[in-house]
Design a protein around this ligand. Structure first.
Ligand SMILES: Cc1ncc(COP(=O)(O)O)c(C=O)c1O
Length: 320
């Protein structure tokens, strides 16, 4: 059976998977007991396509939207997929940031959409800006935007809970798509999540995992700084699971990955995140799963391969 987790002896910087110590297991166990006591009659049954109503209300209140506009799904990717099915067909114009989520790029490619990439720096926006959704909503244009989010990275992907805030008309069409696709979302993890959130566990948990991620990020950055300063470029991410590495154009990261896999280390080559051309000398490193020792060892192995390649080619600069 295929697993997203790396096999023994392999160090993976590839997928954005949380390390086991990032899961709030005790709080989830407590929430699960509570959900069982209070919601088993409804949450173990089929439900409406929109999701577990108390969680729809909780999410709606957080985004100042009516619960009818909240669609809770098994993760957020299925939302992208259902939305693409409703809104995107051959030659539909779609603008995305580049680099962008690789599975989304693949989805748009399959739909034969006319994709326009908007370049962004490795830093993204830097300082956080209000979302397009919140700007439109604050001007009363609730029918023009969709906000999609997920509890996968901030609590646990195995819960499979993502959601969208949709314009009312689209919410109805999406509910029909849900019925035609999987009939009813799994309500049980939604009830468990609801009790977790209601007990106030989320903020302290975020505080804890931010510290874990920061330590991992710092080790990765320290190894890249030690081995690649002046020969590659990266921005220190302010949060999240990923670091984007930009190498001189002489290095093709698909080829680098082959050499790296041979020494037991993987990452994702940058071209996977570009709907068109681009990213061939870039790579995405996720520091969320490996241990600190694995991050040190894995980063040093990749750095050694990069340095050997650059030394063989003479002085190189990262393209600006
Ligand atoms: C940028 C981005 N969007 C969406 C997803 C899908 O996550 P989920 O379906 O677990 O919410 C992922 C998962 O890795 C992701 O990295």
């Amino acid at each position: 059976m295929m697993s997203v987790l790396p096999g023994p002896g392999h160090i993976s910087f590839a997928r954005g998977v949380p390390a086991p110590e990032m899961f709030p297991t005790e709080e989830l166990a407590e929430a699960s007991h509570k959900a069982f006591r209070e919601h088993s009659a409804t949450a173990l049954n089929y439900g409406s396509p929109g999701g577990f109503p108390p969680l729809q209300e909780w999410i709606g209140a957080r985004h100042a939207a009516s619960p009818e506009r909240v669609l809770i799904t098994p993760g957020s990717f299925v939302l992208l997929s259902l939305l693409a099915r409703l809104l995107v067909s051959r030659s539909t114009a779609v603008a995305v940031e580049a680099p962008t989520y690789d599975r989304m790029s693949a989805l748009l490619k399959r739909a034969d959409a006319d994709v326009v990439s908007i370049a962004r720096s490795a830093r993204g926006l830097g300082e956080a800006q209000p979302s397009i959704h919140s700007l439109l909503e604050s001007r009363g244009a609730c029918d023009l935007s969709v906000l999609i989010s997920s509890f996968s990275k901030t609590i646990a992907p195995g819960l499979r809970v993502g959601y969208a805030i949709l314009p009312e008309r689209l919410a109805l069409a999406m509910a029909d798509s849900v019925l035609e696709t999987y009939v009813s979302p799994p309500l049980w993890p939604q009830a468990e999540l609801y009790e977790f959130l209601r007990a106030g566990h989320w903020e302290p948990h975020l505080h804890r995992i931010r510290a874990l991620l920061r330590t991992r990020r710092d080790v990765l950055v320290e190894r890249f700084t030690a081995g690649l300063l002046g020969r590659a470029r990266w921005e220190v991410p302010e949060g999240g699971y990923f670091l984007w590495l930009e190498l001189p154009s002489a290095i093709n990261t698909q080829q680098l990955l082959k050499a790296s896999a041979a020494v037991g280390v993987s990452f994702v080559p940058g071209d996977s995140f570009y709907p068109g051309e681009g990213g061939a000398s870039c790579a995405r490193f996720s520091h969320s799963y490996p241990t600190l020792d694995e991050i040190r060892l894995g980063a040093d192995r990749v750095v050694a391969l990069i340095r050997a390649r650059l030394d063989a080619d003479g002085p190189q600069h990262v393209a600006t």
